[in-house]
Design a protein around this ligand. Sequence first.
Ligand code: GLU
Length: 477
Amino acid sequence: MAQMDSATGGVFSRGATRFAPSPTGELHLGNARTALFNYLLARHAGERFVLRIEDTDAGRTRPEYIEGLLADLRWLGLEWDAGPGREDAHGPYFQSQRAAHYAGLFARLENLGAVYPCFCTALQLEASRRAQRASGRPPRYAGTCRDLTAQERERHRAQGLAATLRFRVPSGQRIEFTDLVHGPQSFLSDDIGDFVIRRADGSAAFFFCNAVDDASMGVSQVLRGEDHLANTPRQLLVLAALGLPVPRYGHVSLILGPDGAPLSKRHGAASVREFRERGYRPEALVNYLFRLGHSSPEHALLGLPELARAFDTSHLGRSSAHYDEQQLRVWQKSAVHQLTPEQARGWLAALLPEGIAAASADAFVAAVAPNVVLPEDAAPWVRIVFGGPPVLEPPDEQVVREAGPGFFAAAARAAVAGASDPAAITDAVRTASGRKGAQLYMPLRLALTGCRHGPELGPLLKALPAGEAERRLARFA
Ligand code: GLU
């Protein structure tokens, strides 16, 4: 159904979801999941996905956080239909650029008598809260400036006191809505104090701009953190006063660390940038986040279109989700297994020494990628393959010596003749020594790599620089 934007007169042919981050820090897993869920909900329902930057807190907003946020969302594949860089008639999509739009709505609320200027200082407000707490009442605005006369307001202004603008919460109302995750909700307006919608510096406050922007941008569904559930009745009051459309809200449970505390830096990597820099794949993160607080019968690594098809708000859990890096690593493993040779090369490129032959680099990636979860796991193999013949530990040297010089002479000869063809080497050694199975492979593996375990020997042999296999084998001939 077309939705009317009564503030700007715009008409929306389709509904929308949105992600509305405050750029006061790096994008962390919790927000990345909120972005993903809104993206999937939009794609599932054929709606638009809007990105709005809530940068009204000039003191805490930093341009590098905005840049980082956009880069992280793009890296995850969560392209937005409207937002920064994709402006349309319903923008701008930075709240810091929407002052003119807000001014009209503030004026409307003033004309309706739904708001009033408040001259209370931070100190006065704090004293009032303390007094309420002391007498066992929940702290809320005491209404000090609610009924000031025009003369009193003038007097305050003349004294140079800056005013905030407060929303006049109607008394005796029940505010009800059905949350997409938590079901029916009911709040009493008498429990809500009059709240600030414009700060003393003139900037729009969260309850106001978050709500009216959703209306102006045609947002029909909102998934956001559970910490905003208690804000919703205030936002509904603002929208009702202005006669603006109300989105359906769903409040998603928080992500907790293994110790039960909200996920944060001290649980290890928490920002998307850190995961990216450690070599996590976007597909792995997206698949992991999809299952964090959203149950699904789908157990395979899925692409975004498939995830969108499977996304269902009725599968969002009410209890907190627990972050578990081991689970993320499982998805990472699947993601690495599905890399194309070209993607795998790009993924490990930074580790490879300069100047190695392209064929050797390709063979290395093919040999090692299936065995590692993160690029850091491949670093020891770079040293083993490209760092010259490995030094053996005494027990390993013993295994090699026991195989005998004839074993390695045959192996080295086959390495020269067969240009490091693994089958040629093992055939030659089998014939020369009569050994088979581990008796055959372990001395070879140790002489070539210095390790008892690791990627398959055949592909590794192909990665060794020219002449290197022979050199390593001939040491023991
Ligand atoms: N800027 C708010 C935040 O980052 C948005 C809340 C919402 O999604 O409505 O928490």
